[in-house]
Design a binder for this molecule. Structure first.
Ligand SMILES: [Zn+2]
Length: 411
């Protein structure tokens, strides 16, 4: 099956196969072709170029993209999209003055989500989660990382990871799975943190490896959750099973988590709302992708990741949603791109690079995803008629997407 998209007003993010991420001033550039065509064969991008050269191109199906912009789908490299229930009551509690930490101390927060999930069957969890997966696909997400971490018992963590595996099998969206057993301390281990770490290392990890349920390992490295020593134990144990670190650091405090993650070869460090000069220095000498989660900052009214500072220091940056029931009940990458421009002062070019190619890098998939490149997967957003791509972040809060193609399938 071949699909020809023709009369494209502007085809964005056109790259050769050797560009796997963009850093610093390169992020200001978004290579494009105006008045373009794009040819898809089955699940692959096979050709593109100027409409002047289109006369020899034949296809089974043709889509007319007059006045429309075409770009690669979003690559959302940080989500917790598999969860049970919601935490809208805590949302109201926060409006009434309680902090995220107050709520966690009362037994709310992550532990609350874990209790609900433990009492949810695998099928029910799958059915709740795929509704959200379908929604984000329609919002232009074509590749997604999904974490465990709302189980916090061996059974419930495995249940989450098996649901992620089913999503990977049942949907065209590209899925990468991350084991986040060290997301919060379960109540029964409140005075015995080492006991829980041992359970993660000795009970959960071997089974996850046996069933091949995760590619990455994550820790919520934060004061009051897991310190540097705890994080090192988990990452070290994960590496024995070839699980690459991809960790939550510097959301509320900067205390050396970035350096630790880099030391263990993390593919990404995520959050970074609190960042010091030492962190930036460490990242400059690494292959680790910094990931900002602006809709989390928006929802919690905490500082935004200093993305401008990271890019101006010559670093790359990726953008992701952090879709989760507590701090970001939204998986809308379009909103993330807008918020990065509005609140973090990224240019539209930087934000689109961060949400496509660099997002793919942060999931280890930028050889196949994240740009319009011959041989890459046919993951395409076709916008409604718009004045140009600047309009996408500018006219925030509305859906400007007309059609989404994922793995060659029109969604
Ligand atoms: Zn997260």
């Amino acid at each position: 099956m071949t699909i020809l998209i023709k009369n494209i007003k502007e085809l964005l993010q056109v790259r050769d196969e050797n560009t796997l991420k963009v850093s610093g001033s390169q992020m200001k550039e978004l290579p494009s072709i105006t008045n373009a065509y794009l040819l898809i064969e089955d699940d692959t991008i096979v050709d593109f170029g100027s409409m002047i050269d289109v006369s020899n191109v034949k296809a089974d199906k043709t889509i007319d993209a007059t006045n429309k912009v075409v770009l690669p789908t979003w690559c959302d490299s940080h989500t917790h999209i598999v969860y049970a229930g919601d935490r809208s009551q805590e949302f109201v509690d926060r409006i009434n003055g309680l902090s995220y930490e107050d709520i966690a101390n009362r037994g709310g927060g992550i532990v609350n989500s874990a209790k609900t999930l433990q009492n949810t069957t695998e099928d029910d969890l799958y059915n709740q989660s795929i509704q959200r997966v379908k929604d984000v696909m329609h919002l232009g997400t074509g590749a997604i990382e999904i974490k465990s971490g709302y189980g916090l018992t061996p059974d419930a963590e495995l249940k989450m990871l098996r649901v992620i595996k089913r999503i990977k099998k049942d949907f065209p969206v590209k899925v990468k799975a991350t084991f986040l057993g060290a997301h919060a301390l379960p109540l029964e281990f409140k005075t015995n943190k080492q006991g829980y770490l041992d359970q993660i290392i000795n009970d959960m990890l071997p089974q996850i490896a046996k069933e091949n349920l995760a590619q990455y390992i994550d820790v919520f490295c934060e004061k009051g959750y897991f310190d540097l020593n705890d994080t090192a134990q988990i990452l070290e144990a994960g590496l024995k099973y070839n699980l690459i670190p991809k960790i939550h650091v510097n959301q509320f405090n900067a205390f050396g988590g970035v350096a630790l993650a880099v030391k263990y070869g993390a593919i990404s460090v995520d959050h970074l709302e609190e960042l010091n000069t030492e962190d930036i220095k460490v990242l400059k000498d690494s292959n680790t992708m910094p990931v900002a989660l602006p809709s989390c900052s928006y929802f919690l009214s905490i500082p935004y990741t200093p993305g401008r500072q990271l890019i101006d220091a010559g670093l790359p940056l990726a953008l992701a949603t952090d879709y989760n029931p507590g701090s970001t009940p939204s998986g809308n990458m379009n909103f993330v791109v807008s918020t990065a421009c509005i609140k973090m002062k990224l240019t539209p070019e930087e934000a689109i690079n961060a949400a496509t190619l660099n997002g793919a890098y942060a999931m280890g998939i930028s050889k196949q995803y994240g740009s319009i490149t011959k041989g890459k997967k046919a993951n395409i957003i076709i916008t409604k008629p718009i004045s140009g791509y600047h309009y996408l972040p500018y006219a925030f809060g509305d859906n400007h997407i007309d059609q989404v193609i994922i793995n060659g399938t029109i969604i």
